[in-house]
Write a protein that binds this ligand. Structure first.
Ligand SMILES: *Cc1c(COP(=O)(O)O)cnc(C)c1O
Length: 380
């Protein structure tokens, strides 16, 4: 070891002689949101009203979808979408085995059966596997755009066309994400977004459903508003429910969507920093398909070995990570169901080898450096 090496090592030691505390996530809220909420109080309008209309217009402009309605959250947005698209009790809906459990639960809530489909190593639904799982009861497919990257919508749409399936896109993690220049959620019959606190833009809780189909749009309006189109009438031509949100949430959403370009830029910088700073060859980071846009919803890290010990090591170093999604077919609440018809090698591999690194907007360069330093110095 020469003198210079000693010097660098000592410098490093002093630099990180303290332990940082880095959370997995922190919402990006500020004065803009606070000011916008005040408008609700000033106008004395807090239920679904003018600010929801304004937020909806902005979301339609962003996504390029023709029609859109709000839902109380991403889970109920999926339920609303499935119902409006005509998925019925007893139907089977193909769904990626690698997703947040809400995707499958929304199908169960309809009374239909979620049929789990394994993924490719890009974490998106594997169409060859979906082909094997088709039965005469299959009426729909739900692809999930995962971690801010888009599914291969070309193959999914041609598969759906071939089998006459409804396509319900779960774009909860894909606001601002495109496939081949077209916004996620707008390829299929219907698509949904979530504005939960950890999503790219948030309203605390909230969801949005988009479609280009006028008939589906009309169904959405009836189902979400007590079976009538307009409020203020007590005549209900259909059976419907209450899926409305409030202008308080839309106020936060409007402030958030105006910051979206900044959020995307900052998240891209965070992603690029991780790419540049991780030198340990045992790790690699998920990158989008060449036709996919990218808003790094998560920095998704693959590790050569099992992530259990790594996760504990990072936690001991003050860094909070999250595992990848636990494969749906192994979920305790699903194992007793008669739904599991196959093996799921890739989703199991992903769970065993994947970790989501902190990547929230206000994460500093120094914090990323600390995390990468810990990763680079990790020895099994
Ligand atoms: C967050 C999320 C949901 C559910 O949205 P909520 O607003 O939390 O109900 C559904 N699917 C995916 C892929 C998600 O990430």
């Amino acid at each position: 070891m020469n003198l210079r090496m000693v010097h660098i090592l000592e410098e490093q030691k002093t630099k990180w002689s303290f332990k940082m505390k880095i959370n997995q996530f922190s919402p990006y809220l500020g004065d803009e949101e606070y000011k916008k909420i005040k408008e609700c109080f000033d106008s004395n309008w807090i239920t679904e009203g003018p600010l929801c209309a304004e937020f909806s217009d902005k979301l339609l402009k962003l996504t390029g979808a023709k029609y859109g309605v709000f839902a109380p959250n991403g889970t109920l947005a999926l339920y609303l979408a499935l119902k409006a698209a005509g998925i019925k009790p007893g139907d089977e809906v193909l769904v990626s085995n690698f997703t947040f459990i809400a995707s499958a639960n929304a199908i169960e809530m309809i009374g239909a059966t979620p049929v789990f489909v394994d993924i490719n190593m890009d974490l998106h639904i594997n169409i060859e596997h979906a082909e094997e799982l088709i039965t005469e009861k299959t009426t729909g497919i739900m692809p999930i755009h995962i971690y801010g990257t888009a599914c291969d919508m070309d193959s999914i749409m041609s598969f759906a066309k071939k089998h006459n399936l409804k396509v319900i896109e779960d774009a909860a993690q894909a606001i601002g994400v495109h496939w081949n220049g077209k916004h996620c959620g707008t390829f299929g019959d219907i698509g949904t977004f979530s504005f939960f606190a950890d999503k790219t833009i948030t309203t605390g809780e909230g969801g949005f459903v988009v479609t280009n189909n006028e008939e589906i749009y009309e169904n959405l309006l009836y189902i979400r508003n007590q079976g009538r189109i307009n409020r203020g009438s007590f005549l209900h031509p259909q059976i419907g429910y209450n899926f409305r949100i409030t202008d308080l949430q839309a106020a936060v959403g409007l402030a958030q969507i105006s910051k979206l370009p900044e959020i995307i830029e900052k998240k891209m910088n965070i992603f690029n920093s991780y790419m540049k700073k991780i030198k340990n060859k045992d790790f690699c980071i998920l990158e989008p398909h060449e036709k996919s846009g990218f808003v790094p919803f998560r920095v998704a890290l693959f590790y050569k070995h099992n992530v259990n010990d790594l996760m504990k090591y990072l936690s001991d170093n003050g860094i909070e990570t999250r595992t990848f999604f636990y494969p749906l077919h192994n979920q305790p609440c699903f194992v007793s169901k008669n739904w599991i018809r196959s093996e799921y090698k890739n989703s199991i591999y992903a769970y065993d080898h994947g970790l989501c690194m902190p990547s929230y907007v206000s994460l500093s360069e120094e914090e990323i450096e600390y995390v990468c330093d810990r990763l680079n110095n990790y020895v099994v």
